[in-house]
Write a protein that binds this ligand. Structure first.
Ligand SMILES: NC(=O)c1ccc[n+]([C@@H]2O[C@H](COP(=O)([O-])OP(=O)(O)OC[C@H]3O[C@@H](n4cnc5c(N)ncnc54)[C@H](OP(=O)(O)O)[C@@H]3O)[C@@H](O)[C@H]2O)c1
Length: 331
């Protein structure tokens, strides 16, 4: 099955080796690669361009998309669906919702609509992208790949100070107040966004499965593992996190992973992510994966009533209506 694979945050630490692996192992596919800044002055975008330059026959295009701006996501979805209907792009075979944001060092930030950036980039914009583009998959379906983290599971991540959870006042997830504990609160916003993604993914699968036209699209929510070489650990993080990466996590990874199997490299995660995105790993299956293993996600994430609450609110936050998604009957 050939088709278009859409990857967000395509100049990220995991994404660059993932693109490299995609183009070498699945050369018949078309890669639409979104980045926040498409200029070559962005060193990571430059690296992405250098990576795809090694594959002169590959069908690739780099598009600028700032996921902090919901209107930009809707405009981008319009463009992609139009290009697919005009046969300028093959139908979608996969959407890889890889991009993410966190801010563990400053006061919370908000987009022009007043929505806190972590939840906007990580969850809401990906909800908009996926729900707008479900109708642009081919008849053979394909895969939606969402990204969670061990941060969704209370007690599993060393940076957790406040347990993750979906608040009763769910709209409060879009807000945040300055707090002296920037690391603890910032990580909590990240973890909550990753919990919301996971719970939304379970609901998405329930609705896709029941939909005659869309039931060949399967969603997997993957925790790609804790990637000790990721630039995420150097982006908007306090000095001690950067020092731990440089002097412990990176040099000692082979030893540390004997105790903590979540630790690995972006190259290792990239292979799993692309094999899952291409429906080669777990073909036609749905649900949560810890790296490539089937495991149970956190007890809270499995609560179907809460998943439904997240589903309904996410559509509202992402400005999805019956008119702009192929999954209209569930909106
Ligand atoms: N790193 C880990 O150990 C780990 C652990 C568990 C889960 N994960 C998940 O794995 C995925 C990949 O992580 P990674 O380590 O590769 O992260 P990364 O290297 O920090 O890459 C993040 C990507 O997201 C992009 N991004 C940030 N804000 C954006 C925005 N407003 N609009 C568009 N793109 C934006 C970044 O682009 P810019 O550089 O332009 O901002 C970058 O390309 C994420 O979903 C993450 O949550 C990672």
């Amino acid at each position: 099955m050939t088709g278009t694979i859409l990857i967000t945050g395509a100049n990220g630490s995991l994404a660059i080796p993932a693109v490299q692996y995609l183009l070498s192992k699945y050369p018949d596919h078309t890669a639409v690669l979104t980045v926040r800044n498409a200029e070559d002055t962005d060193t990571n975008t430059k690296r992405l361009r250098e990576t795809i330059a090694d594959f002169p026959k590959a069908q690739t295009s780099i598009r600028q998309l700032d996921l902090a701006k919901l209107t930009a996501v809707h405009d981008f979805a319009d463009t992609v669906s139009r290009e697919i209907s005009e046969k300028k792009l093959p139908p979608l075979a996969g959407i890889v919702c890889n991009a993410f944001y966190w801010n563990l060092t400053r006061d919370p930030e908000f987009n022009s609509e007043g929505v806190e950036t972590t939840i906007q980039v990580n969850h809401i914009s990906h909800v908009a992208l996926v729900l707008r583009l479900l109708g642009s998959f081919g008849p053979e379906g394909g895969r939606v790949l969402l990204f969670t983290s061990d941060g969704h599971y209370p007690g599993r991540n060393g940076l957790e100070k406040y347990p993750p959870g979906i608040p009763d006042d769910i709209d409060s997830m879009l807000k945040a107040s300055p707090d002296a504990d920037k690391l603890g609160r910032g990580f909590n916003r990240y973890a909550n966004s990753k919990l919301a993604i996971l719970m939304w993914g379970y609901a998405l699968n329930r609705y896709l499965e029941k939909n005659e036209g869309l039931n060949k699209i399967t969603a997997i929510v993957i925790d790609p593992g804790n990637m000790t070489d990721s630039r995420a650990l150097r982006t908007n993080t306090p000095l001690f996190v950067r020092l731990v990466q440089k002097f412990a996590l990176q040099p000692l990874r082979p030893l540390l992973r004997l105790r903590d199997p979540s630790l690995r490299t972006t190259d290792e995660a990239a292979v799993d992510v692309i094999d899952v995105a291409m429906n080669k790993a777990y073909p036609g299956e749905r649900g949560y994966l810890n790296q490539l293993k089937r495991e149970s996600s956190s007890p809270d994430s499995l609560d179907e009533d809460e998943q439904q609450k997240v589903w309904v609110k996410s559509a509202e936050w992402a400005k999805i209506s019956k008119e702009n998604t192929a999954l209209a009957e569930n909106i």
